[in-house]
Design a protein around this ligand. Structure first.
Ligand code: CAO
Length: 415
């Protein structure tokens, strides 16, 4: 079956997580992704957080499936020649170097346009234009500067970063969409363009509900669905809200049977207005359906702690899966807190290709995430990440280099 991005050639200068997320996604949609790495070392993540000595780390393999790898020193004159040929033949150059690195290498936007006016140059940077635009950035810096850390955690605790890599993988997703949009626009203009996805912007975009709450709070002085209400004062900035729901329906994480020993014996419970009578029935508080203090959503806002404590009395008598089964029968929105072990072993996630097992010649079998976006006419088959420089000869041959020239480039340490 054909793939959505068949025929699209990506020159992949990405490393670590944010950029590789983007190019892996494009590869899953069928693009030919040629990852350029320095001989000897390659992407730093190949060697980081290794679980098997001298074998590409899971960090690297899980971000670089379905790609080809070539080694090339793009700072040497002969390396630049190879790179120029690649730029002429590819559709998109993707990079997430520190600011200015591509220019310092001699490949400015105007130089790239001279070589290939149809080329799209897509970049992840920590920040967009402004005071921090020249700074290097990693995941947690983006979470801290994009509003996630100041709004995550508990009222009485410090700012907290989340386990979800919203700065890296989140920005990679934005960049991939920008590239596909630029490819589409190129169909009518014939021109390439620059695509920028800044990590601060991507995190803030995902934190929009907190910018919403900042403005609500400034207008009304309080946020009634937050755990601070009604006992504690609100300050100038939207506070951390613990596990309160970020939406219009109050919610909380509640203990389930076994919570004393199992750190994930919890359920997320949402007190959705539409199913309030069912909630009251399940927990045995039918009187709350007509009691003025509980009957309406605004009335319940002043009693949320008490309501969740009462629901928790009930959830503590059930395992998280029993609780979810019962609540789902009544259409009460809820979800078990799944551990990474449970997710890794979940058969339905394997069946849907969301979690896949991949074979790697040096590490054997391992698990990874598959494509989270499913296209009915462009199914994703996840293939292993390339070894460092595995496709150097193949790609150079496609560029017209013969075996002797390739050997000479290797001798001179260009590749
Ligand atoms: N041949 C020759 N030189 C190469 C090369 C190649 N194939 N590939 C990379 N290089 C060079 C770069 O040109 C750069 O050289 P200069 O510093 O002389 O210009 C050098 O390698 C280092 O690149 P870098 O500055 O991008 O790498 P770093 O390890 O110092 O920084 C990071 C890493 C991630 C902090 C930085 O790249 C960055 O801020 N990127 C943008 C934001 C981003 O994507 N962050 C997410 C990372 S995931 O958490």
């Amino acid at each position: 079956m054909s793939k959505a991005l068949d025929g699209v050639r990506i020159l992949d200068f990405t490393h670590v997580q944010s950029g590789p997320t983007c190019t892996q996604l494009l590869a899953w949609f069928g693009a030919d992704v040629i990852k350029v790495e320095r001989a000897g070392e390659g992407d730093a993540t190949r060697g980081q957080l290794r679980d098997i000595p001298d074998v590409d780390s899971l960090y690297f393999t899980m971000l670089n499936h379905n790609k080809r790898s070539i080694t090339l020193d793009t700072k040497t004159p002969k390396g630049k020649e190879v790179l120029e040929k690649l730029i002429r033949q590819c559709d998109v150059l993707v990079e997430n170097f520190a600011p200015g690195a591509l220019d310092r290498m001699g490949f400015t936007w105007s130089r790239i346009q001279e070589l290939n006016p149809r080329m799209i140059v897509a970049s992840v940077k920590g920040f967009g234009p402004g005071p921090y635009e020249d700074c290097k950035v990693y995941e947690n810096v983006a979470q801290c500067t994009g509003g996630a850390a100041s709004t995550t955690g508990f009222v009485d605790g410090p700012p907290m970063v989340t386990g979800a890599q919203i700065g890296d993988s989140g920005t990679g997703l934005n960049l991939a969409l920008g590239i596909v949009a630029a490819l589409y626009q190129r169909n009518s203009t014939g021109r390439g363009q620059r695509v920028l996805a800044a990590m601060q912007d991507a995190v803030l975009n995902l934190c929009r509900v907190k910018l919403r709450d900042q403005q609500r709070m400034e207008r009304t002085g309080q946020l009634k669905e937050y755990p601070q209400y009604p006992d504690q004062p609100f300050g100038e900035s939207v506070p951390r809200a613990g596990n309160a729901s970020g939406g219009g329906q109050p919610g909380s994480i509640l203990k389930c049977k076994g919570w004393e020993t199992d750190p994930n014996a919890y359920v997320y419970f949402i007190a959705q207005g539409a199913v309030w009578p069912a909630i009251c029935k399940v927990i045995g508080e039918e009187g709350w359906v007509s009691d003025e203090a509980y009957a309406t959503p605004p009335a319940r806002l002043t009693h949320l702690k008490q309501i969740f404590a009462r629901v928790e009395e009930w959830t503590k008598t059930k395992t998280k899966f029993e609780a979810v089964d019962i609540l789902n029968k009544y259409d009460i929105p809820c979800g078990p807190i799944l551990s990474m072990k449970e997710i890794a072993e979940e058969p339905s996630l394997r069946a849907s290709g969301t979690v896949v097992e991949v074979y790697h010649p040096k590490r054997g079998k391992y698990l990874t995430v598959g494509n989270p976006i499913k296209l009915s006419d462009s199914p994703t088959e996840v293939t292993r990440s390339p070894l460092l420089g595995e496709h150097t000869d193949e790609v150079l041959a496609q560029l017209g280099y013969d075996a002797k020239q390739i050997a000479a480039l290797r001798e001179e340490r260009v590749i």
